[in-house]
Design a protein around this ligand. Sequence first.
Ligand code: ARG
Length: 586
Amino acid sequence: MHVSFNLGDDLDAAVRSAAGLAGLADPAALIPEIRTADPRHGDFQANGVLGYAKARRLNPRAVAEQLVAALDPALAAQYEVGVAGPGFINFRLRPAALLGWLRAFDSAEHLRAGAATAHAGQTWVVDYSSPNTAKQMHVGHLRSAVIGEAICRLLEFMGARVVRDNHLGDWGTQFGKLIYGYKRWLNPAALQADPIEELERLYKLGHEATPDGSPELDEARQELVKLQNGDPENVALWQTFSSVSQAAFQQIYDRLGIRFDHHLGESFYNDKVDRVYRELEETGLAQVSEGALVVFHPEHPRFKSQPFLIRKADGASNYASTDLATALYRAQHFKADGIVVVTDFRQADHFEQLFLTVRKWFAAKGYPVPELHHVTFGAVTGEDGKALKTRSGDVIRLKALLDEAEERAFAIVSEKNPDLPEAERRAIARAVGVGAVQYADLSQNRSSNYVFSWDKMLALDGNTAPYLLYAVARIHSIFRRGGVAPGDPGSEAEATPPETAAELSLARKLVKFPDAIRLAGETLRPHYLGLYLFELAGEYSAFNNADKVLVDDPPVRARRLLLCARTLLLLETGLGLLGLRTLKRM
Ligand code: ARG
């Protein structure tokens, strides 16, 4: 028998077809609205009868009963169905149906195949991390990197082809001052040892030496003009800045498990902005105002008077020009069905104006308009509620932050497991430390500010990486003790449907995995998946306390091991989608 990944989708189809069979007037207007039910009432609930009946002045309970009577009898083999309250239809999976789902989704491949329908065949470009070159990455770039990577993995899991694009800030007036400083005060050994540190020092010196109105500032501007006009020496310097910056960024990405497909920074769009100006003028969307080229959005409360500046009065391009060119390139070159840009909330106005402009521009030219999403996140603060800084008030370097995470995790692991060899404790600390930082970010609604707390993120209980990674390791240890591999088909063949209250409750949570994926993927909010995994680990732990797994009775042992194996599979798959590395032992 075919088993759907999203069980709710089957119910949706079944209720719709019952509406036709029951002879309802205008059956197409009945939207079932299947949702997860309060566990006391069932697994799923159809709420849509209420709205349908109300609009037609019918008795909703009577409509619900009519629908239930017309349901496909095959459904009754799968669910206990009942009408409750004013006209909700409740569905409770029968134990055999729970077992059916657990048997059907027994491997990462099968889960993937089940989930890969939502975005099947689509291409999504995700722009994340996107730091500025010649500068340290800071905590804000960490959030973008961690959230962006989780979104990429979720979209891929839902069937999309994902293009990971690091939109580096590699162009702008700051390069004049940097070249000015570089040509005078470079310390080659320092550049070797820590390139970004040295470039930041040189920029600072360049900046201090070129005060407003000084002849030195003119010289720095000349360096910029030379760079923009393709002067070979300055172009070569600029290329050095880009390549050493990218190499340094990659060290962070490696630790976070991130690989970009492209690093198409702002400079890549230099020769692509003229087309933007031309097309926006041609279509009447842009106009010249005080020498600058601007776009007004008359229908918008603020942007009707606060224009989107797309070319500066001196003719230079800006962040808006390159982002417009970027949108066109992504739509046409990558044939993107969706574009996601991940930055902090302070860029919200920029992206709102950008997307308004893009939609009108593409529509006017007859270009297909991709789905456009600005994924924002809040600030990172210390426990004092202020922006996260080092004690001396400097920005926190990501490298130092990840090092500290690993050190702290190492201390905890060593305390818990002093007997493990040091190399293994180090490896565990790497996964736990970096995972704790990633998960602290992903476990919260990204729109909120997030309070960075070592103690909270490294705690072994609560919605933390150590708690979830520990749950995974604990399940592995049961299989080691039982002398069987997780998911071993031979041992699972004997499993009977879940029976005890704890088994049933765990099984009911397991089959809800697709809901969590869908919610996280559709809203581009990974914390929904995190929350699900945390709740699943809680159900598992309740099951583990209530029912002994390695009992003698073969079918009971087999079905409990099957529940363990699926919990493990979903935890590992889910944590993998969030970008965490899981462990077999902790
Ligand atoms: N470089 C920018 C920053 O550091 C982020 C760029 C985001 N992407 C974009 N297409 N504007 O804030």
